[in-house]
Design a protein around this ligand. Structure first.
Ligand SMILES: C[S@@+](CC[C@H](N)C(=O)[O-])C[C@H]1O[C@@H](n2cnc3c(N)ncnc32)[C@H](O)[C@@H]1O
Length: 180
C-alpha cells in the first residue's frame, strides 16, 4: 500500500507500524535518524540515504547500535545513488520518503516514482504536505481510469518502466532541478 503523512510524528508512527520483522527498508531523507530508530531493530537491512551533512554524526551512532543499518550520504535524485543502493539490496519491503515534509511535492513525487519503480516495494510511506493536500482536494472525473490495483507500494503505470527508462527520467529531471 501507499500511505501519505502530513505530520512528522505520523510519518514516524506509520514507519514503526509498517516495518515487519526481517524487512528490508530504504529510507530517503532520514535527517538525524529519529524515524530510523523507530523501526531499526525490527529490520533485516536498512539503507538510509540523506544528502545533508547533519545526518553524519547521528548515523555514526545509529550504525554502531544497529549493524543492519547502512548510511549513504548522497542525492536521492541521482540514478547513481539508486545504483549504490542496488549493490546492497535488490529487494525492498518498505520505501520511506521524507525530503522535507513541507516542501517540494514535485521532487518528492518524482524521486518516489523512480525509486519505487526500481525496487517495487510492498509498502511506500511518504511524508509531504503538498502531495497530501493535493490528494485531499483533487477528484478524478474520468470513469475510464483503472480502479483496482494489486496491493503494492509502487505505481502500476509508471513503475513498469525499465530501470534505463527511469534513469532517463531522472536525468531529464536534473535539467529542471539543479543538483548540488
Ligand atoms: C524533514 S527531514 C526528514 C526528517 C525525518 N523523516 C524524521 O523523522 O526526523 C528531510 C531530510 O531530507 C533530506 N533531503 C532533502 N533532499 C534530499 C535529496 N535530494 N536526497 C537525499 N536527501 C534529501 C534533507 O537533508 C533532510 O535531512
Amino acid at each position: 500500500m501507499i500511505e501519505i503523512a502530513y505530520e512528522v510524528g505520523v510519518y514516524r508512527r506509520l514507519l514503526e507500524e509498517h516495518v515487519h520483522e526481517g524487512d528490508v527498508v530504504i529510507e530517503l531523507g532520514p535527517h538525524t535518524g529519529v524515524s530510523t530508530r523507530a523501526y531499526a531493530k525490527k529490520a533485516k537491512l536498512v539503507v538510509a540515504v540523506d544528502i545533508g551533512t547533519e545526518s553524519e554524526e547521528p548515523f555514526k551512532r545509529i550504525t554502531e547500535d544497529y549493524h543492519q543499518v547502512h548510511y549513504i550520504q548522497a542525492d536521492a535524485r541521482s540514478f547513481d545513488t539508486i545504483k549504490k543502493v542496488m549493490k546492497l539490496s535488490r529487494k525492498c519491503d518498505i520505501l520511506a520518503v521524507d525530503l522535507g515534509g513541507g516542501r517540494y511535492p514535485d521532487t518528492t513525487f518524482k524521486v518516489w516514482g523512480a525509486w519505487s519503480g526500481v525496487f517495487q516495494p510492498r509498502d511506500s510511506i511518504i511524508r509531504n504536505r503538498g502531495i497530501a493536500e493535493f490528494l485531499q482536494r483533487a477528484k478524478i472525473k474520468d470513469e475510464s481510469i483503472v480502479k483496482e490495483f494489486k496491493d503494492a507500494g509502487w505505481l502500476a503505470e509508471w513503475g513498469r518502466a525499465t530501470p534505463s527508462k527511469l534513469r532517463e527520467q531522472l536525468d531529464e529531471f536534473k535539467f529542471y532541478v539543479k543538483v548540488r
